[in-house]
Design a protein around this ligand. Structure first.
Ligand code: ADP
Length: 560
């Protein structure tokens, strides 16, 4: 800005200087010419008196070149009425041609006097002349040559240039100082407090607008800060991971949940997402979302399975970035897996007894079974059909528990319930000479009677099934510091330690043939686990190969 002001002032000063020079020179020249013309006329009048009084004698007295006091290089010519030159102060009259065709002579003869200007061929010189008719009819002409303005200017070029250079230097110095002094108050402007400046009155509207804009910006910044805080508060407390990426995949924001998933710290903001998660699966999904609008991918991080939902963010109709949301779907994925496995297992478990029933029925139908073997085949059909019924019942129970369909809870006496379950199975125990006993206190839990009965029934049933002939099964109901415990203890084959965690899985059996032979479905302990979970009860298993088994169900106080 200083430079521009400096240049403008300098240009104005130099222009004014040049214009002044031209105008002054023009005026001076004009004034000088008027003075000269007047003097020329005065000189002619004087000379006319002299010639009228003294004739050519007067003229001869004048030395050549003729000099008047104030008019330099004047030339006097006396011409007869027929145009013959009678006398000339510069050239002998005899050498001069007839002047009758000269305009000024003709005009002077006709009108008494005449004036005019003639330019030289080079236009560098001009001749002023005046002619006057004398009383005897002759004409006296006076002329003077002078330089034209152009020639005069050219003649004065050196001083003019010198003056112009000095003036230009002075103008430059002044312009520099002026530009600095104009700009200095602008440099001192305090734009943080625009209204407190009093630099130039003309700046008041501008400073007023700046002040207004300051207030608007401050308000917008406050609003932005509030929104950022709101956004951070929401995302900080979110269980799902959230990452905002720009169009180049650079992290703009990442919440604590996402930082945990990707093992990143807050310093990762500003870095490319590829640096945070080197696996191409998610990066490719980000790219796809950026191009197509949305993408989903599942991946395991920190031994947990996550679903990553990535959506494009648009600004002014163009893709500006992506937002990545990470949901922990470990449990959901496990449930999906177990549902798939369950369906496959159910099909298999249903198919086996059905095939056996069909095989026996076909043999009977075709008369391929001897009469004495018929009861045995019919027995197979009955056993397998019974297994099918049990299996279907167990599946129905399990799916009811899965769906969370349950009757209302009530106060249930566990000792009474244990007694009735034992009674139901006593016959089966006696077949194998297994002794059954129930001991303990009348303790109440809040629960679903039918579920709790089924749980105890399954546990006692297993304790009989996997027992040795002549063994024992002991049930006890007791109260401790932590809650009420129902324990089912047997003297059976036991469960090897490596299978203890798996016996609660659906369809898992340690010895499949033994389970089948005793009518097992592989679902009994899964149902026990579900019922225990439903009652917030804990299951403890103590067993070993050939050492019998103790299964305890602990109902925590206040948890039911
Ligand atoms: P099943 O219908 O085969 O009995 P369960 O789910 O009730 O299925 O039990 C799963 C497996 O756990 C059984 O097949 C058996 O191998 C083992 N098991 C369960 N209870 C006992 C027990 N009291 N003693 C020894 N093994 C047992």
């Amino acid at each position: 800005m200083t430079k521009k002001i400096f240049r403008s002032i300098l240009l104005a000063a130099v222009s004014v200087l040049l214009a002044s020079l031209v105008i002054i020179m023009g005026c001076l020249y004009d004034y000088y010419r008027n003075v000269q013309e007047k003097q020329l006329r005065d000189e002619l009048r004087l000379a006319s008196y002299g010639v009228e009084a003294g004739g050519s004698g007067y003229l001869e007295q004048l030395a050549s070149p003729y000099r008047f006091a104030s008019v330099a290089d004047c030339r006097l010519t006396w011409i007869a009425a027929d145009g013959k030159v009678l006398f000339d102060t510069h050239v002998p009259a005899a050498e001069m041609e007839n002047h009758s065709d000269r305009v000024e002579i003709r005009e002077a003869l006709a009108e008494g006097e005449s004036e005019g200007v003639r330019y030289s061929q080079t236009l560098t010189e001009r001749t002023l002349y005046c002619a006057q008719r004398l009383s005897d009819g002759t004409v006296l002409r006076i002329s003077i040559s002078q330089l034209t303005v152009f020639a005069l200017a050219m003649g004065m070029l050196q001083p003019i240039l010198l003056t112009a250079i000095i003036a230009a230097i002075l103008s430059a110095l002044l312009a520099h100082r002026m530009a600095k002094s104009i700009v200095a108050p602008l440099d001192r402007l305090d734009l943080d407090r625009p209204l407190e400046n009093d630099a130039y009155e003309e700046l008041s509207p501008l400073l007023g607008r700046i002040h207004q804009q300051h207030r608007q910006i401050e308000a917008q910044l406050r609003e932005l800060g509030r929104k950022t805080e709101e956004f951070e508060q929401i995302t900080e407390n979110m269980g799902e991971g959230l990452v905002l990426l720009d169009g180049k995949g650079v992290v703009l924001s990442i919440n604590p949940a996402a930082r945990t998933i990707f093992h990143a710290d807050s310093a990762c903001v500003g870095q490319e997402f590829l640096v945070i998660d080197r696996d191409h699966t998610i990066n490719l999904a980000v790219q796809t979302a950026l191009e197509r609008g949305h993408s989903e991918v599942r991946a395991v991080r920190n031994d947990r399975e996550y679903q990553f939902d990535i959506s494009q963010i648009t600004a002014d109709g163009a893709a500006a970035g992506t937002v990545l949301l990470a949901f922990d779907v470990t449990e959901q994925a496990a449930a999906e897996r177990s549902r798939r496995e369950f369906t496959a297992n159910v099909s298999h478990e249903l198919k086996t007894p059905l095939q056996s029933i069909m095989g026996s029925a076909e043999l009977l139908e075709n008369g391929l079974v001897k009469q004495e073997d018929v009861p045995q085949f019919v027995g197979v059909i009955r056993t397998e059909a019974a297994r099918l019924v049990t299996l279907v019942e167990d599946i129905i129970h399990l799916s009811q528990l899965d769906e969370g369909i349950a009757p209302a809870k009530e106060q249930v006496n566990l000792l009474e319930l244990a007694d009735s379950a034992v009674s139901a199975l006593r016959e089966r125990a006696e077949e194998r000479h297994i002794g059954l006993s129930v001991s303990g206190e009348n303790l109440m839990v809040d629960g679903v009677r039918s579920f709790l009965y089924e749980m105890l029934y399954n546990l006692i049933d297993n304790a009989i099934k996997y027992n040795i002939d002549g063994g024992r099964v002991e049930l006890s109901v007791s109260a401790g510091d932590t809650g009420i415990t129902v324990s089912v203890k047997d003297t059976g084959i036991g469960i090897p330690p490596e299978y203890q965690a798996r016996v609660f899985e659906r369809f898992f059996r340690v010895d499949k043939s033994r389970s089948k032979a005793s009518g097992g479905t592989g679902l009994g302990l899964s149902i026990v686990k579900h019922i225990a979970q439903y009652h917030h009860a804990e299951i403890k298993l103590h067993s070993g190969n050939g050492r019998g088994t103790i299964i305890e169900i602990l109902f925590a106080i206040g948890e039911m």
